[in-house]
Design a protein around this ligand. Structure first.
Ligand code: FAD
Length: 394
């Protein structure tokens, strides 16, 4: 599929800043579900060059609060039909996801997760150590002789899907409906008149807009600065690595909250290792040796065969972290400026629901109930949605 190089128009009904998954999905649903096709997606680099093309591709719905379970469940269901809807092959593969516990507090945490999920109809079960070994015999149950596995929450529908295919699938479908996807255009300012956002300033000049959506991932504080607003977001680097290809031996996704690590094997045979965010805030996408050494050592504690493999590559993305580890999405203090943000280390799996519901908000002006808990002003109202325990490696 090719992106057509359309001429930049002087004005659009909606301008979307950022050609990652969230921007592209919103553009698609605006056109498909709400008939709004005079839409431009402006991407300063190439589409999918941000977090959407750098993530570790895990899809799951096993969250821990009622608000987030409902939200990610809807996304998971939309993902299930996405290849057909967009007519694009995305190599989705159901793997089953373990959340291992190596300590009594984590054991309690994972039991609670299973019960909470079951209450909301999400398929998660608690497994004791013996059952974990039966389902995934590749795990070293001694945890490298240091941290024995005591049990796990097991989420059978947990899946992986090709990340770049998701963004290209949405882009192609949106373009077929009339949306303009424009790469190599940077937004450098916002035009705000009387408290209302009426356009953007780009490195190709100003563009008028009926509504503007910021979907710039880890760079949202730049857009907030242009708008003169403050957001409770701190951007942190998140690193990952893959090994050279190996025989297909690991058909599950295995996360350990105590070891702060998760491991899966891609369709190409690479063993993929992800971990927690770097502890410092930065926009740097430079990968580091301390991360490589430490993440590899922890992965080897769970899967000793990984010690034999060479590292193929390592990379970094920027994550827009919120204090409660939940998204920050909705209207802002500036009229007609919408923000899709706070996607941190968990935003890839949220792309379909966030795109669909953000499109609904822009088109109707009414906040969809599934988005309401994640409003930008929730910290002012003391209504945090605490999800730290579900953020991959915590
Ligand atoms: C290593 C790693 C592993 C991860 N693993 C997972 C996972 O397994 N599952 C999961 O759910 N999530 C995961 N995530 C998080 C997930 O990738 C992100 O939350 C998600 O991709 C964010 O998507 P986005 O569309 O908001 O932003 P992005 O994909 O970052 O897109 C934003 C785009 O905006 C563009 N942009 C920025 N500023 C401007 C501007 N001024 N003008 C024009 N364009 C601009 C950027 O170039 C970029 O392309 C991971 C992230 C990383 C880094």
């Amino acid at each position: 599929m090719k992106l057509t190089r359309g001429e930049l128009r002087p004005s659009y009904d909606v301008v979307i800043i950022g050609g990652g998954g969230h921007g592209m999905a919103t553009a698609y649903y605006l056109a498909k579900r709400f008939g709004i096709t005079n839409v431009a997606v402006l991407e300063r680099s190439y589409i999918g060059s941000g977090g959407t093309g750098r993530n570790t591709t895990v899809l799951r719905a096993n969250y821990k609060t009622p608000e987030t379970i409902r939200f990610y469940q809807e996304s998971f269901e939309l993902y299930a039909g996405l290849q057909q809807e967009l007519d694009y092959h995305m190599l989705r593969s159901e793997r089953g996801l373990f959340w291992l516990a190596h300590s009594e507090p984590q054991l309690r945490n994972q039991r609670e997760r299973a019960l909470q999920n079951q209450h909301f109809g999400v398929d998660t079960v608690y497994l004791d150590a013996h059952q974990v070994h039966e389902v995934c015999p590749q795990i070293d149950m001694t945890g490298g002789g240091k941290r024995p596995v005591l049990g796990a929450a097991y989420h059978p529908p947990g899946s992986i899907i090709r990340h770049d295919a998701v963004v290209w699938g949405y882009a192609g479908a949106a373009q077929r409906l009339g949306v303009q996807v424009l790469q190599g255009i940077e937004v450098t300012g916002l035009t705000i008149q009387g408290g209302r956002c009426v356009g953007v300033v780009t490195d190709r000049g100003p563009i008028a807009a009926g509504a503007v959506l910021s979907a710039v991932g880890g760079y949202v504080t730049d857009i907030a600065t242009m708008a003169g607003i403050r957001l409770p977001i701190v951007s942190h680097p998140l690193q990952a690595l893959v090994t050279e290809s190996y025989l297909p031996v690991l058909d599950h996704i295995v996360a350990s909250a105590d070891l702060h690590i998760y491991v899966s094997q891609s369709a190409r045979g690479e063993v993929l290792i992800g971990a927690e965010i770097d502890p410092y805030s930065s926009y740097s996408t430079r990968s580091t040796f301390p991360f490589l050494a430490s993440a590899a050592a922890r992965a080897i504690d769970l899967f000793p065969f990984v010690a034999k493999l060479k590292v193929l590559r390592q990379w970094t993305g920027i994550c827009d972290m919120t204090p409660d580890y939940s998204p920050l999405i909705g209207t802002s203090d500036v009229d007609r400026l919408f923000i899709s943000s706070g996607w941190g280390t968990w935003g890839f799996k949220a792309i379909p629901v966030s795109g669909l519901r953000m499109a609904e908000l822009i088109a109707t002006g009414v906040v969809p109930p599934v988005l309401a808990p994640f409003a930008l002003d929730r910290f002012r109202r003391d209504r945090a949605v605490p999800e730290r325990a579900s953020a991959g490696t915590h």
